[in-house]
Design a protein around this ligand. Sequence first.
Ligand SMILES: Cc1cc2nc3c(=O)[nH]c(=O)nc-3n(C[C@H](O)[C@H](O)[C@H](O)COP(=O)(O)O)c2cc1C
Length: 373
Amino acid sequence: MASIFDPTKFGDIELSNRIVMAPLTRNRSPKAIPNNLNVTYYEQRATAGLIITEGTPVTQQGQGYADVPGLYLPQAIEGWKKVTEAVHRKGGKIVTQIWHVGRVSHVSLQPNGAAPVAPSAIPAGGKTYILNPDGSGAFADTSHPRALETSEIAGIVNDFAKGARAAIDAGFDGVELHGANGYLIDQFLKLGANQRTDEYGGSIENRARFVLEVVDAVTKEIGAGRVGIRLSPVTPANGVSDPNPQAVFNYVVEQLGPRGLSFIHVVEGATGGDRAFFQGDKPFDYQELKSVYRKAGGTGGWLVNNGYDRESAIEAVESGYADAVAFGKLFLANPDLVQRFRDNAPLNEADKSTFYGGGAKGYTDYPVLEAVA
Ligand SMILES: Cc1cc2nc3c(=O)[nH]c(=O)nc-3n(C[C@H](O)[C@H](O)[C@H](O)COP(=O)(O)O)c2cc1C
């Protein structure tokens, strides 16, 4: 029986424990370049079995929020190198979540003020985070997107591959493809956002074509053992919906099975909300999803997320339901989460007012346990 404190291996990546830091956008990297404050933040959390960084756009077109660090500028690669070196010096492992937001963006963040791109010209609704002319941050409605031409899609697939290469150049142990939470990959998968009539829309096979092309391009570039993917079959985040998510995601993981990925990261339910939330006509069966993946030859780590705490994570790993558990808010507020779980120590509360944007407050100033003399 495995424990959350036991080491494991996800493809080529060795984890010292099964307590993973979930990707968390923090909007503290002006001009899309990681800085010394970001280095401190990640270094503080290096005892995680694996850190998955905040979403990191592979191009400016893939950017949807102000002050998130990217992977498309040479200075950003240099900035990330400092992060990965600091985490490695502390014995940690770190992958970056490579991201294209698709329609969840604002013209002020796009190259030449262009409309954000999407599978179909259907707005996401909801808000994104932009900069005012005076440099302060503000929430704003997402802009109306335009539908991608079929001929443009191969270029975006290639942008993901270039992003993965840049991540390896920056010293990351691998990448997580952001296939979750209503961003571009998820937009292609789900009918509510994808009304295309070409080979990227319509049937499940067609809607899954984009994600599989991205997976193939990225694994060809850096090797499948360093590539994981995050999926959120039923989340309504950023306005996505699908009438039959079980069929869509069973198909996706069946196709991923033989591709040798490092890990599959599943956000269960509504991201940041109810884990039992579902779309379609019946509750989503995550065990079925995992068994479809394993039957298709999938050997990657099965990583779960959303609302887990110490007890439910121990149960998930000990029962064999998951290989590891990712924690968002708990890792945000507890840099030494692994130690606190070991000691069953009290946890700091996350301060929501400092989630997005700002400086050290609510970022690098959460207290750690006193070292035992
Ligand atoms: C401040 C904040 C930023 C987030 N940014 C991302 C992100 O960049 N990429 C992503 O896939 N999920 C993101 N999420 C979702 C988390 O990774 C996670 O799925 C969610 O917080 C639920 O897990 P938890 O209950 O352990 O916090 C974010 C959540 C929060 C609270």
